[in-house]
Design a binder for this molecule. Sequence first.
Ligand code: A2P
Ligand code: MG
Ligand code: MG
Ligand code: MG
Length: 354
Amino acid sequence: MSLFFATERQVAIAAVRRACGLTSTVFNKLIKNETLTKGDKSPVTVGDFSAQAVVNTILSRAFPDDPIIGEEDTKDLRGDSPESTALRSRVIDLATESLAGELGLGEMEEWGLGPKHTHTPSQLLDAIDRGTYSGGAVGRMWTLDPIDGTKGFLRGEQFAVCLALIVDAKVQLGVIGCPNLSQDASKPDGPKGCMFVAVRGQGAEQMSISGANPAPVKIPVFPDGDLNMLESVEAAHSSHSFNDRVSRHLGITRSPTRMDSQAKYCALSRGDGGIYLRLPGTSGYVEKIWDHAPGSLLVEEAGGVITDARGLPLNFGLGRELRENHGVVAAGKFVHEKVLAAVKEASEEEKPNV
Ligand SMILES: Nc1ncnc2c1ncn2[C@@H]1O[C@H](COP(=O)(O)O)[C@@H](O)[C@H]1OP(=O)(O)O
Ligand SMILES: [Mg+2]
Ligand SMILES: [Mg+2]
Ligand SMILES: [Mg+2]
């Protein structure tokens, strides 16, 4: 096997693993005033901020020249109000505790990481703000969603820690940690917590969050009548009624599986759902690159196809947003074209969706 991106893969797995551990700690201890509502009305918790501090600290030590496009920034943490001060100190404590753990990376010492190294509060806040890079079509850059599906996280349902390496607008590596996803889809009450790792040209695999039981994932060929749709829980994030219409065109009778976050891409990659469809609602929200970069590579490396609703490739080279894309259609390679045709038919019936 080619060893392209071997170090990046190892570091990204270690960083996502650490952040997954942190999110579980936060969930068990989250108190009411540790959640804020951002300008776009979406929630953000101490978990989102501290997970971004941890992942960005690890990435910046291992790859000091790589810029990072992360979802969060410290605007709400740097103020002097009692709320900001309390939030800031919780974020710093959580990140400090998480970074003090063993990372299992050979170069840890050399990079100034691991149990022997401390990080000052201002270094941790600056690490969060390493995520403010504006992106673009040229060069290496990481993109991070420290908690994708914050609403799912708060409900105790699906969420994901999502990290990808983009080089010249192409996703080369993607790691998604899903602490609440069943390791075996056929045993929903069995052990939970999986990580999905994809490297371009090297395939996709699932493992436990600790790295145990790695196994390749592949989208199966679904017999007709066995397909089903994966979609958001939040109706405001994508149109459920449009998906129903597409399902009718495809003759799908099974009810959709609703799940928060990029866990949907993970489910698709292992055949736990045949189609992921995400058409914009009416709010004018533009999708962000960190919400699709690792998931898109996972789907491709698992043998699937991903485009927008018009059949165009997702363009990760236009900055922080997928500005020129319209929705997302992901499915196995034998199904994708049929889904696009059904989306077209459905949208002709239901302007103004596409
Ligand atoms: N109005 C919106 N429309 C679409 N997606 C949104 C909107 N607000 C937030 N999101 C983002 O959509 C993703 C989750 O959607 P879903 O779970 O439905 O797939 C998350 O990345 C979430 O951000 P966040 O990372 O803050 O949770
Ligand atoms: Mg958010
Ligand atoms: Mg997020
Ligand atoms: Mg997100």
